[in-house]
Design a protein. Structure first.
Length: 274
């Protein structure tokens, strides 16, 4: 995505159409569009030809962009789990790992980045009925690997609003749910995590369309992406007007929900009742 956005910027600065750019690398206009959106792999020869077309002659700049092309084609660690992942999900894992800010609303269950191992196993078993135990464990392992994002040295800021429904709906037995509630209390103390609970008592709210995640990136060239998961596919929205609607909904959810301290108290109350 970063390389694609830079190629788009260079093309537009020269006033070159996608059609002309495609012609220069023996490809279609739609191929250039997919390249600029970061949705296809990059051939070194194609990137070299485009840089020449765009008038990039500085050797250092060419080397930098060509190195980025090589990095873009390297499979991420998550590709080793592709046998147990739906086809649309590896893209999300890659975006999540590149994000500097992750904002989300979740209603069905606790967000994957905050699940305990036992809770994750219960969720995966429910969602992968008939799967072998080995496949279940691989999916759980992937989820736990993703959680390392939140504690590494370049950890993103994670702002999450959990609907109280996600906390009341049991996955696993009583001990699993108690462990999950305690984990949420603990992780909410992390400086990069802002956890809020939308309580039942508030009534209707702006999260009426269901769960969603907004990913923001450190590179200014990259637009925010809204991720919407469906039963058999997922949507990735990056148009400013679409992203704006979801940002507005999340902002309202954050304003209407108790703050982090009050939300921790709510979690402690649920833990005492469980």
């Amino acid at each position: 995505m970063l390389l694609g956005s830079q190629l788009r910027r260079l093309r537009e600065a020269r006033g070159i159409t996608r059609e002309a750019a495609g012609y220069s690398i023996r490809a279609s206009e739609s191929k250039i569009s997919r390249m600029e959106l970061g949705r296809v792999s990059f051939k070194t020869r194609d990137v070299e030809d485009l840089l020449t077309l765009y008038g990039i002659t500085d050797e250092a700049e060419r080397i930098s962009l060509l190195s980025l092309a090589k990095e873009a084609n390297v499979a991420g660690w998550w590709h080793s789990y592709s046998d147990v992942l739906p086809s649309w999900f590896p893209t999300y894992v890659g975006l999540e790992g590149a994000a500097s800010l992750i904002r989300a609303y979740e209603v069905q269950f606790v967000h994957g980045l905050l699940q305990t191992e036992a809770y994750a196993r219960a969720v995966v078993r429910r969602g992968m009925k008939g799967a072998s135990e080995a496949d279940v464990e691989r999916r759980v392992a992937l989820r736990l690997e993703r959680q390392k994002y939140l504690v590494n040295e370049n950890a993103p800021d994670f702002h999450i609003v959990l609907d109280e429904a996600a906390l009341r709906r049991p996955y696993g037995d009583r001990e699993v749910m108690r462990g999950q509630l305690q984990h949420l209390i603990d992780v909410s103390e992390h400086p990069n995590v802002r956890l809020q609970i939308m309580p039942f008592g508030f009534g209707g709210h702006s999260g009426e369309s269901g769960a969603f995640t907004i990913l923001s990136f450190p590179e200014s060239d990259l637009s925010d992406v809204v991720y919407l998961e469906q039963l058999t596919s997922a949507l990735y929205l990056d148009k400013a007007e679409d992203v704006g609607q979801y940002e507005k909904a999340l902002k309202e959810l954050q304003q209407d929900s108790p703050g982090p301290d009050e939300s921790r108290d709510l979690l402690r109350g649920l833990l005492q009742l469980s």
